[in-house]
Each structure stands twice: as C-alpha cells, then as structure tokens.
Design a protein around this ligand. Structure first.
Ligand code: GUN
Ligand code: ZN
Length: 434
C-alpha cells in the first residue's frame, strides 16, 4: 500500500494525564493553531502549525478547519447495542425496567436481519456522536455480535464487544445455558478477538442472571485466551444489591461474587458502581479493574450518584459510559453534562479537563489501550474528531464570549451533542461527516 500522508490544521486539544494525579495544568496539551499529521492511519506528528509546517514537504495535503477543535475520539466504556430501539423507556427503575422493556427488546435479536439492521444504526450513531471506541454489550444471541463485528471491521474501528451470558432469572426465550454460553462465546472469541482492531469481552450480564456454573465458565474463558476483556454490571441499584446478597449468601458482598469467580483484573470493566463501599473500591483498584461511570443512566433509572472522589482516592480506573438504553444519549458530551450535575449534587466539582480525560485517556486507560487510543500522541491510532464551534446559533454566540480554552471546553460539554461533531476520523479515515 502506498504511504498516505495527510495533515489537519485547527485548534487541537488532548489529555495527557489524569488531573487528579498531576493537577489541571499538566494534564493537557493545547495548540491554538495546531497541526496533526497522519501517516497510514497513525498519528505521526502533533504540534504548533508554525513549527511543524516547515518540516513537511510542500505538496502535503492539509485540511484547515476554522472555528473548530480537534480532540481524540471519544471512548464509551459501557453501552448496549440491542437497547438502541428502547432509549427513553418510561417509568421504571432497574429491575422492573429490565423485565418490562429490556428483555422483550433484546429478544428481537434472535433474528439475523434485525441484528444486522440495528448494528448499522448503532455504529452510525456512535460515529455521529464522536465515539470511536466502545465497550459493547450484545444480546444473548451470538448473531448480534457477528453483525456488530462485521460492520465495525468494514470501517476499521477499534471496538470491544461480547454476547451476553445469562442462564437464569430472565425469560426462557432469552436465556442460554452455562455450557452453550461458554461454547458460543468461545466461537466468537476464535472468530473476532484480535482481528484487526477488534477485541472480545466475556459478558456475564450481572450476578443475578448467571448461575454459579456460568460464572465459573466465564472465569475459565478469561484464563484460556490472552488479553480478553470482561464486562458486567455492579451495584447500580439498591434493590439489585439486596437481591445479590440473597442469591449469594455465602459471599461477603456484590463484588466478592465476581472476585470469587475470578472475574476481576486489568481488562475487567464494571458498569455503574454507584453503591460500592470503600473496601470494594480498594479491591477493584488493587486488581487493576475499572468502573464505567454512567451518569445519564444513573439519573434516568433513579439509581443514585456515583462517588467519583472516592474512586479517585483509591486511584481506581474510571471511564465514562452512556449505558444506552438505560442512558438517554449516545453523546459523551451530553454524558459529561450530566456527570457535572451528578458531582454538583454531591458538593463536588468536575473540571472540564477532568471531563476531557474521562471521555478520552481515562477511558483508554480503563481499557488498557492508552498506547493506541485516547490521546493524539505520535505513534497512536489516528482516531480523532473535529468539533464545530458554530454547530448551533447558541453555541456559536456563547463561545464568542469565551476567554479561555477551559471555558470553551466546558461550554462544549454543556451545550454540545451530536451536532457539535462535524467530522469523525478512525484509523485516519473519514467515517462521519455531519
Ligand atoms: N443490569 C443488568 N442488565 C442491565 C442492563 O441492561 N442495563 C443496566 N443499566 N443495568 C443492568
Ligand atoms: Zn448497562
């Protein structure tokens, strides 16, 4: 393949560290008139346009974006593909919401054509919202994942996903068995894990819908292949936490169930964690596990307020999750808007640079992919966005009043959504143009 080199000129901003560890000023790099150079799908240079331009050949193709900000692609560490068609389901909290809306909606994915149609809609929606990597729950049906991986592969996206394992406490039409879930997951791993930029996540839905046998086999799978991910839910809702205690009376608590079945580790991501205690946060951090903070979902389902300062105290890896369809938006900008309010309700502040970190490098670290995505460092994948300062009349007028990149960033996260994402690039290819 011939070398393809392109350059992009605009204001450029990326996170390079966690503000909680290094302070705000050392956590980011900002180039008011920046240049990003991309070679064969990877970033080869980043800097001030005035300095970099001199070192480039005169005939290089440069795309100049005015009134725009280039950032890394967003990373959604928790989302459900088969819930795309049920965002905004009225009236229930977690357990009734699952039974009333979620299980019937997910049952449609037994149909291959439906699975393919929704995989297409779902990936388009991710890219429209600037999400270039997601950790994705499928349905219990393996075809939901084949349809997704095929569509992601065509666009050379970096995606992680797995079929749900669920062998009890759900309708018969939607359960597998411990053995079938093991064999079906294994076949998907063999087919997709490590293929291009795709990765597989072993996906027990949550402790209440898996028998001890199924959780044992999930742990076994993790030991059989290198670098597999594990995703599940934890301590989202108080009734759910009580139910887990009833189902697993011999365990110390919710996290201890997963710990017992060897599901904690560096590639394990636990969604929500709203009601985790201090000891559980410490154990998650000790094992290198991560939590996906899902503010729109936690508010919509009335689950509670995630304690980010407690996670920071334990140096626990935290990413951001939309949790569509419990969450109400595919937009990580809108998710950060709600995250800010979740912190306000707890008397805490979420700085715009911490927010940027959560949506990019923090997510990459939660997924152990910081060498590949989450920043604009040379040598990483060219997954990046162009955010349009003039996306709406109000945004345009409001940003004209802005006196700093901090203020601009905060306003983008408050007023921004899919309309703000003018272009999305993945592996150097334009995969969405508004
Ligand atoms: N817990 C178990 N399944 C689910 C789900 O689909 N969504 C959410 N938000 N929580 C869950
Ligand atoms: Zn979820």
């Amino acid at each position: 393949m011939p070398l393809t080199r392109k350059a992009y000129r605009a204001a450029i901003l990326h996170s390079i560290a966690d503000p909680a560890e290094v302070g705000i000023e050392a956590s980011y790099e900002y180039f008011e008139d920046g240049l990003l150079v991309v070679d064969n799908g990877q970033i080869s240079a980043l800097g001030h346009a005035s300095e970099l331009l001199a070192s480039l050949p005169a005939d290089i193709e440069i795309t100049h974006y005015q009134d725009a900000l280039i950032t890394p692609g967003f990373i959604d560490t928790h989302i459900h593909l088969p819930q795309t068609g049920m965002v905004g389901a009225y009236g229930e909290q977690l357990l009734d919401w699952l039974n009333t809306y979620t299980f019937p909606c997910e049952s449609q994915f037994a149909d291959q054509a439906h699975a393919e149609e929704v995989a297409g809609i779902f990936i388009k929606e991710l890219l429209r919202n600037g999400t270039t990597t997601a950790l994705v729950f499928g349905s219990v049906h393996p075809q939901s994942m084949n349809a997704f991986f095929e569509a992601a592969q065509k666009l050379d996206l970096r995606m992680i996903a797995g079929k749900v394992m669920m062998d009890r406490n759900a309708p018969d039409y939607l359960t597998d068995t411990a053995e079938s879930s093991y064999l079906e997951s294994k076949a998907l791993i063999e087919r997709w894990h490590g293929k291009g930029r795709l990765h597989y996540a072993v996906t027990p839905r949550f402790a209440p819908t898996s028998t001890p046998e199924q959780l044992t086999l999930a742990g076994q799978l993790l030991g059989e292949y290198p670098d597999l991910y594990m995703q599940t839910h934890i301590s989202e809702n108080l009734q759910e936490v009580e139910w887990v205690k009833e189902l697993f009376p011999e365990r110390k608590g919710y996290l201890d169930v997963y710990d017992h079945y060897q599901l904690l580790g560096e590639r394990s991501v636990f969604a929500h964690g709203v009601h985790l205690c201090d000891d559980e946060c410490a154990r998650l951090a000790q094992t290198g596990s991560a939590v996906a903070f899902c503010p729109t979902s936690n508010l919509f389902l009335g689950s509670g307020l995630f304690n980010l300062p407690m996670a920071e105290k334990h140096k626990l890896n935290v990413g951001l999750g939309t949790d569509v369809g419990g969450g109400t938006s595919f937009s990580l900008l809108q998710t950060l808007n709600e995250a800010y309010k979740v912190m306000q309700l707890q008397g805490a502040r979420l700085s715009p640079f911490k927010s940027l970190y959560l949506a990019t490098l923090g997510g990459a670290r939660a997924l152990r992919l910081e060498e590949r995505i989450g920043t604009l460092q040379p040598g990483t994948d060219a997954d990046f966005l162009v955010l349009d300062y003039n996306a709406t009349p109000l945004l345009s007028y409001r940003l004209k009043q802005s006196k700093s990149i901090a203020e601009t960033l905060f306003v983008l996260m408050t007023l921004g959504d899919d309309r703000t994402v003018a272009q999305t690039y993945a592996a150097g290819n334009l995969v969405h143009q508004r």
